[in-house]
Design a protein around this ligand. Sequence first.
Ligand SMILES: *Cc1c(COP(=O)(O)O)cnc(C)c1O
Length: 420
Amino acid sequence: MSGFRGTRRRFLAFSNAILTAGGLASRPLAAADSHKVAEGEDYYDKLGVTKIINAAGTYTALTASTMPPSVQAAVARAAKHPVRLAELQKAAGEYIARLLHCEGALVTAGAASALTLGTAACMTMGKRAAVHNIPIDLAGLKNEVIVQKAHRYDYDHALANCGIRFVEVETIQQYESAFNDRTVMTHYFNAAEAGQIGREDWVRVAHSHGVPCFNDAAADVPPISNLWKYTQMGFDLVAFSGGKGIRGPQNAGLLLGRKDLIAAAVPNNSPNSDSIGRGMKVAKEQIVGMVAALDWFLSQTDAAMETEFRRRAERIAAQLKSIPTLEASIVIPNVAANAVPHLLLRYDQNRVKVSPLAVASELRKGSPSIELNPATGRKGGGGLPSDESTIVVGVWMLEPGEELTVAHRLHEVLGKAANA
Ligand SMILES: *Cc1c(COP(=O)(O)O)cnc(C)c1O
């Protein structure tokens, strides 16, 4: 504890310095400064970072979503007070579990963290020492995760972090016979575009072997009811991103599911230092922001959201009527992820002499800088019928009014190419 005493002496010196400086600090702030404090200084401007118009969607590299005003306010308010972290984690989890009609819930540092913590929970449940041992020492632990070959994806790493190995299956017979005494969990990618085994069969077979199953539904709202659909279907654990369609903090997410598994995830999570999740810290602001975002999201309706996104898409299409050969359609992707109206634009490149990829690049270089959906100019991205001659506008992350700016810039670039 001598370190503490040293700290205390420094703390006293520090307080004296504050008292001395008190006269200075209590002087009224200059007008410009008080404005900076009230509004928050614009650090993007200060750092020279370009603000963008997000006509793409909830892509992490584009910082995904923005928080609605009520969520921003709740985050700012939470920042003003320290609390006991465990108490906040527990209360937030219980509140979310009630809201989303599941047994248990944990706010994680995103869906990827939920995948790691949920896997760790399955491996370490009832084996407290194992929390400290994974992923290096797996002695006595089950470590095989069964997955459909077509469900292998970029987020495999989040599970692999725990030291597991994947066992791939394709048919239901292969699935049945893949279980053994090392099977710790089965994993399902909810928005997969392929795979022979459906959700209900997947759950039923796992449960007949007494093995928990996990569903990664990170990007799969709306519809809002998906937040309880998969836990009620029988999945033991379900992951959602907090900062995609739910529009919570970008570094928050949800692990939902069975009470005993959520409880087993907790010792694997921050603030426990010797655990796989210590680097997945969720601060009080993000925990509160996640809860506030769910309150906001559940106050919306699927119908009203869809109507608004269609209105934006139609508004952009209406502004482009004069572009020769251009055809607009509004499409909802045919996978579970990002299931909201997107605007697809096709035109004859012999008549409008610019490729969709070149349009995307022009909009990116412009001011304001606009990002179109990454399926633009590419074949079949994310369940959309796009190809080399399609522009895809993701309208759901636009701020009100930005659809007009996007329409204006598209008109400028396409109109110029039509007259070239
Ligand atoms: C986005 C996504 C993730 C990761 O979500 P984060 O909240 O960014 O950690 C995991 N799985 C799928 C399928 C996703 O779409």
